[in-house]
Design a protein around this ligand. Structure first.
Ligand code: HEM
Ligand SMILES: *[C@@H]1O[C@H](CO)[C@@H](O)[C@H](O)[C@H]1NC(C)=O
Length: 323
């Protein structure tokens, strides 16, 4: 009888630990009921004063998740060896918005909401603010204990082949469909000409442009990023629709109007090309698949990469430094 009782108690403790260890929608609904609306308000204010903010925040979540999992590792600022200074993170922005939201949260529910979750919530709000789909974001991540400039070697790179891009996604538990849908995050935001040099002026060491660029688009791209011009000049990644979250990015990729080389590469592989094309079948508007629903599904999947729970992480007081 006694043994039975102990077994039941142990079972209960285990169940509680398991449920605490899992991501779920509304993780903070009891512990910090206003967490999501606080983040949303901060993101909205920031976007009002700078329309580029939603793109910063969406990209930030990707860069957080792909290194050491979605654990806020990219936010740490502890000198030159911090992960955030690694070259694959070049141009990543939005840190002060996350820090502002975190500070507001600490005022209301100290030590409760992780920085990794603030990043995930902010990315969700960024998509909605750009007229993309609103979705329920899973929360319950803990913040990690690592930040090392050498940990970004498997970040996807703009010059990667489609095989390598697929491989790097598979390593994170993401499939070819996720690669296509998450690449479509480039429906908002801009790129520096820095990332266009090879594609425009020395594609595959040819000394010329990427032949997959539509000839009608090439002059526009070359004049936006002239040879030996300002590498910091910026242009929208989604030609003609850089502020609005929509399927135009996939249409552009199909028709040779991709801006980034890695986006164009989706057409180099039968599987990824088939996934892009699947959104443009004659019957697609009626019978699906739904670009927005699939994007959301992939975002949720990305948000689960390498999630830290239990004692493998903690809740930071300030996002840029360990407690
Ligand atoms: C598939 C591999 C990917 C590669 C090679 C890639 C590469 C790039 C590059 C080179 C830029 C320009 C950065 C700059 O000049 O500041 C960029 C911007 C951006 N990326 Fe990606 N990206 C990838 C996947 C993703 C994913 C999965 C997301 C989010 C789910 C994402 C979201 C963004 C956003 C929103 C921007 C615009 C940032 C801004 O306007 O400042 N990217 N990406
Ligand atoms: C990163 O790697 C380089 C080369 O292997 C090494 O010299 C350096 O100490 C490493 N940095 C950190 C912070 O681990």
């Amino acid at each position: 009888m006694m043994k039975m009782r102990i077994a039941i108690i142990i079972l209960f403790i285990l169940l509680i630990r398991i449920s605490e260890a899992e991501l779920k929608v509304g993780f903070y609904s009891q512990k910090c009921p206003n967490a999501e609306s606080i983040v949303r308000d901060i993101v909205k204010d920031a976007a009002n004063s700078n329309p580029a903010v939603p793109a910063f925040l969406l990209r930030l979540h990707f860069h957080d998740c792909f290194v050491e999992g979605c654990d806020g590792s990219i936010l740490i600022d502890n000198g030159d060896t911090s992960e955030k200074h690694a070259s694959p993170h070049q141009g990543v922005q939005g840190f002060e918005i996350i820090e502002n939201a975190k500070a507001r949260l600490e005022g209301v529910c100290p030590g409760v909401v992780s920085c990794a979750d603030v990043v995930a919530m902010a990315a969700r709000d960024a998509v909605a603010l750009s007229h993309g789909p609103f979705y329920n974001v899973e929360t319950g991540r803990k913040d990690g204990f690592m930040s090392n400039i050498n940990q970004t070697v498997r970040m996807p790179d703009v010059g990667d082949s489609i095989l390598l891009l697929k491989q790097k996604f598979i390593e994170k538990g993401l499939n070819d469909k996720d690669l296509v849908l998450l690449t479509a995050a480039h429906t908002i935001g801009t790129t520096a000409c820095f990332f266009m040099e090879e594609r425009l002026y020395n594609f595959a060491s040819s000394g010329g442009p990427d032949p997959s660029i539509n000839p009608r688009f090439l002059p526009e791209l070359s004049s936006a990023c002239p040879k030996n011009g300002d590498i910091n000049a910026r242009l929208p990644i989604d030609h003609g629709s850089g502020d609005t979250f929509d399927i135009q990015i996939l249409e552009n990729i199909r028709s040779g109007f991709a801006v980034l080389q890695s986006d164009a590469k989706l057409m180099d592989d039968q599987t990824t090309r088939g996934i892009v094309d699947s959104y443009f079948g004659i019957l697609s508007p009626l019978t699906g698949p739904s670009f927005e629903a699939d994007f959301v599904r992939s975002m949720v999947r990305m948000g689960r990469i390498g999630t830290k729970t239990g004692s493998s992480g903690n809740i930071r007081h300030v996002c840029r430094s360990f407690n």
